[in-house]
Design a protein around this ligand. Structure first.
Ligand code: ADP
Ligand code: MG
Length: 689
C-alpha cells in the first residue's frame, strides 16, 4: 500500500485515476480527506440471519446456502441476460436471479457454499431473490453486514465509493477534532475520527445513529456559531437612523397602481422602525414568489433618498438587476430620484424620467459625488471599488443562494458606522430552520399573495401524454398566451446543461412547434443577449422561451401562463416551486406541467406535494421532511443549506449545538483562542452575513 495522508490527492488511491478525479473535482472531492467526508445517505442492514424457509419478502437478511444449479439465458423481449440459480440449505431452497450480469457465472460455482446478502421479492414471477451480493463462505470474516449506500456522482456508483473509501478509513484516526475531549464527554459525542470511521463502516445500528448525531451536530454547530458570531459583531456597530415619516409614505402609496397587502404593510412598518434606530438594521424579508417584496424594498429606498441618503440594491444576475431597475423606476416615478444600474455589460442612469446609457466611469463619478440616490447592480460588480459618500441602505436579493461576499462593498470614513441591511429571499423556510441559520437576523415574512391571482393548476404529466400536453400549449399560445419550457438540471457541468438546452430548443422548434417563435435562454449568454431575448419575450415576439434553470429567480412576465419543467425529479421541491412562480402573475389561468421520465413511487410522492399546495412554506416543510439526509440533488436551487446528516427536527441536537456555540462566543467573542474555528467560519459563504 502506498503511503498517503489526509491531504494527499485522491489519485494516489488505488483505482482512482484522472477520469474519476475529473468527475469528483466539481463536487469538491479532491483529497483523501474529502472522500472521507463523502457520507453515505442510507444503509442497508443485512445483519439478521435467516434460514431459507424463514425468508420473508421485502426483508433484508443474510443466509448461507449451497448452489445446486445455475444457468444463464437471454431474454430477447427485454433485451437482457438473466442468470438464475437454485440455492439450498437444510431448511429449503430458493430461486436467485441476476439481471444483466453475465459475469456472475464466473464467480458463482455449483456445489459451493456462499453467504448471500439479500432481499426477497414476491411478484408475478414467484418468490425469489434478485441481485444479491455474495461472498464465498471461506471469506466470511470480511463481510460487512451493514452496507452504506452513497449517492452516485457522474456514474461513480455506491459500490465504487464503498470500494475506494474502505482502504482509507484508517486515516480517519488522523482527523483533528475541533471539540475537546472535555466537551465531547459532557455532550456524549463520538470523536470526529470515530464518527467518520463508523459512518463508513458501522458494525451495529447504534454506531450509525451515534455517528450521524455527531456529524449532524457539527453541521448545525457551524451554522449556529457563524450566526452568533455575526450577531455579536453587529451589536457593536452604529448606524444613522432616519425619522419615521408617515406622510411621506402615504404620498408614495397614493401613486402606486395597487394597494399594499397587509403583510406588505407590516413588513414595511417593521423596516421603518429598524431604520429609525442608531443600530444597523439586519433584516431578512422573506416571502413567496410573487408576494411583492420589491415594492417593500423600493419604499425603504425612497425613505432613504428622501432623507438625502444613498441605497445600493444588489441582484444575483444581470436579468434580475435590469428587472429590479425597471420596477423601481416604475414604482418611484412620482419622485425625481436619480437611479442607476451597473452590471458588467451596462451602465444606465434615469434622468428626468428617461433611461440613458452612460459609461461605467461616469456612473461611478456621479455616485462618488452623491448625485445618484439608488444604484442597482449585480454582485459581479462588487469587485469594483465603489464609493458612496452617503450610503445608508444595502438591499441584497437572494444573497443566501449566491454567496455574496461579506460587506466589503462600501467604504465608510468611520468604520463603526454601517448602512442598514435588508436581505430579500423568495425561499420560504420553516421557522425552525430560520432560527438556526438566520438567528442573527430579524425576520419579516410576507405570507399572503396580492388579491385576485388565480391559483396555478399543476399536473404531473405521464410520458405518454407528452404530445397531448404540447397540443394544449399550442392552443393556449394561439389564444395569445406564452410559455416557458425548462430543461433538466445538470449538476455536473454548465456546459452539458447548455448543450442539452440547445438540442431541446432545436427539437421543439423543428418538430413540435414549427409555426411558433421560440427563444433560448441560458447562463452562458452574454448580458446583452439575455436582455434582448427577455425583452422579445416580454413584448410577445417570442411565444415559447426554452430555458435552463437560470430563469428560476424573479423573472416577471405576466402574459406567460404555462411552464413545462422537464426532468422535474432532479429539482428540489422548493426549486420547482420557485420555477412555477414564473407563471400565475397575470389575470389568465396559469398551468405548470411537470415532466418526469422516472415516475417511481418516491418521485411521484415528492412531486405530488406540488400538485396539492401552492403555499411555499408548506412546500419547504415537505421538502425538508421528504429529503433524506444526504440527498443533494437540487439543493443549491432550493436555497436551503447543504445538510447531509443533521435533522432539523432533532430538538436536542439543535439546542445542544446552539448552547455550545453561545458558550464559545461568550467566553471568546473574537475567537482568538479558537483560530481554527475562525478560519472555518470565514470560509463559509452559504448563508447571510
Ligand atoms: P416577488 O416577491 O416575487 O419579488 P414582485 O415584487 O416581483 O414579487 O411582485 C410581483 C408582481 O406583483 C409585480 O408585478 C408587482 O408589481 C405586483 N404587486 C406587488 N404588490 C402588489 C399588490 N399589493 N397588489 C397587486 N399587485 C402587486
Ligand atoms: Mg423578486
Amino acid at each position: 500500500m502506498k503511503k498517503y495522508s489526509l491531504s494527499s490527492s485522491l489519485d494516489l488511491v488505488k483505482g482512482i485515476g484522472p477520469k474519476a478525479l475529473a468527475k469528483l473535482s466539481p463536487r469538491h472531492i479532491n483529497k483523501i480527506a474529502d472522500l472521507l467526508f463523502y457520507f453515505p445517505y442510507r444503509f442497508v442492514d443485512y445483519s439478521r440471519y435467516c434460514q431459507i424457509k424463514n425468508i420473508e419478502p421485502e426483508q433484508w437478511c443474510h443466509f448461507t446456502a449451497e448452489i445446486k444449479s445455475i444457468k444463464s439465458s437471454w431474454a430477447p423481449r427485454r433485451s437482457l441476460t438473466v442468470v438464475s440459480a437454485m440455492a439450498e440449505d437444510n431448511s429449503g431452497s430458493i430461486k436467485i436471479v441476476w439481471y444483466n450480469n453475465r459475469y456472475i457465472t464466473r464467480y458463482l460455482k455449483k456445489n459451493q457454499t456462499y453467504i448471500f446478502l439479500a432481499k426477497a421479492v414476491s411478484d408475478k414471477n414467484g418468490f425469489y431473490i434478485s441481485n444479491p451480493t455474495f461472498i464465498n463462505q471461506k471469506e466470511s470474516a470480511e463481510i460487512q453486514y451493514i452496507v452504506p449506500i452513497y449517492s452516485e456522482i457522474s456514474g461513480l456508483n455506491s459500490k465504487w465509493f464503498m470500494d475506494k473509501i474502505k482502504p482509507v478509513i484508517p486515516l480517519a484516526a488522523k482527523i483533528k477534532d475541533h471539540f475537546s475531549p472535555d466537551i465531547r464527554s459532557r455532550l456524549d459525542l463520538y470523536s470526529l475520527p470515530q464518527a467518520i470511521s463508523s459512518i463508513h463502516q458501522p458494525e451495529h445500528r447504534q454506531d450509525i445513529e451515534r455517528a450521524q448525531y455527531r456529524l449532524g451536530f457539527d453541521e448545525i454547530f457551524w451554522l449556529q456559531l457563524k450566526s452568533i458570531y455575526q450577531k455579536n459583531k453587529n451589536s457593536h456597530t452604529r448606524a444613522l437612523g432616519v425619522k419615521k415619516d408617515i406622510k411621506f409614505i402615504q404620498q408614495q402609496l397614493r401613486h402606486l397602481p395597487f394597494e399594499l397587502t397587509n403583510s406588505q404593510k407590516k413588513a414595511l412598518w417593521e423596516i421603518m422602525i429598524d431604520i429609525s434606530q442608531k443600530q444597523p438594521m439586519n433584516r431578512l424579508l422573506e416571502g413567496d414568489v410573487g408576494s411583492g417584496k420589491t415594492i417593500v424594498a423600493a419604499l425603504a429606498m425612497a425613505i432613504m433618498a428622501n432623507n438625502g441618503y444613498q441605497s445600493f440594491f444588489i441582484a444575483p444576475t444581470e436579468i434580475l438587476a435590469l428587472q429590479h431597475f425597471q420596477k423601481l423606476h416604475q414604482y418611484l416615478s412620482s419622485n425625481s430620484y436619480r437611479m442607476a444600474i451597473l452590471t458588467s455589460s451596462q451602465a444606465k442612469i434615469v434622468e428626468l424620467g428617461e433611461i440613458i446609457t452612460t459609461s461605467k466611469n461616469d456612473l461611478l463619478d456621479q455616485l462618488r459625488q452623491n448625485k445618484i440616490n439608488i444604484l442597482v447592480a449585480t454582485h459581479a460588480i462588487l469587485n469594483t471599488k465603489i464609493t458612496f459618500p452617503q450610503l445608508n441602505l444595502v438591499v441584497v436579493d437572494e444573497q443566501h443562494r449566491f454567496g455574496v461576499e461579506q460587506r466589503n462593498y462600501f467604504s465608510s470614513p468611520d468604520n463603526h458606522l454601517q448602512p442598514h441591511h435588508l436581505s430579500i429571499s423568495a425561499t420560504p423556510i420553516p421557522r425552525s430552520l430560520a432560527m438556526t441559520i438566520y438567528g442573527h437576523l430579524t425576520l419579516s415574512q410576507i405570507k399572503s399573495l396580492p388579491a385576485g391571482r388565480r391559483p396555478i393548476i399543476t399536473h404531473i404529466i405521464n410520458p405518454l401524454d407528452r404530445q397531448r400536453c404540447y397540443q394544449f400549449v399550442d392552443q393556449q399560445i394561439k389564444a395569445g398566451r406564452q410559455a416557458y419550457i425548462i430543461c433538466p438540471l445538470v449538476e455536473e457541468s454548465d456546459k452539458i446543461q447548455v448543450k442539452s438546452a440547445k438540442a431541446e430548443y432545436i427539437r421543439l422548434q423543428k418538430e413540435i412547434f414549427p409555426s411558433l417563435n421560440l427563444g433560448l435562454l441560458h447562463g452562458q449568454l452574454k448580458g446583452q443577449e439575455k436582455d434582448r431575448i427577455l425583452s422579445e419575450f416580454q413584448q410577445g415576439q417570442i411565444n415559447i422561451l426554452v430555458a435552463t434553470s437560470v430563469i428560476e429567480v424573479g423573472i416577471d412576465i405576466a402574459n406567460a401562463s404555462i411552464i413545462i419543467i422537464e426532468g422535474a425529479e432532479r429539482f428540489g421541491l422548493s426549486g420547482l416551486h420557485q420555477l412555477r412562480g414564473r407563471v400565475g402573475r397575470g389575470s389568465h389561468q396559469s398551468y405548470c406541467f411537470l415532466f418526469t421520465d422516472q415516475p417511481t413511487p418516491k418521485v411521484m410522492t415528492r412531486l405530488q406535494v406540488l400538485t396539492e399546495t401552492l403555499d411555499g412554506f408548506a412546500i419547504a416543510e415537505a421538502d425538508l421532511k421528504l429529503r433524506g439526509p444526504g440527498e443533494i440533488s437540487g439543493l443549491k436551487q432550493s436555497g436551503l443549506p447543504d445538510l447531509k446528516m443533521a435533522s432539523l427536527s432533532n430538538q436536542t441536537l439543535i439546542k445542544q449545538s446552539y448552547q455550545l456555540a453561545q458558550d464559545i462566543i461568550n467566553s471568546d467573542p473574537e475567537l482568538k483562542k479558537h483560530p481554527e474555528m475562525k478560519k472555518k467560519l470565514n470560509q463559509m459563504t452559504l448563508h447571510l452575513s
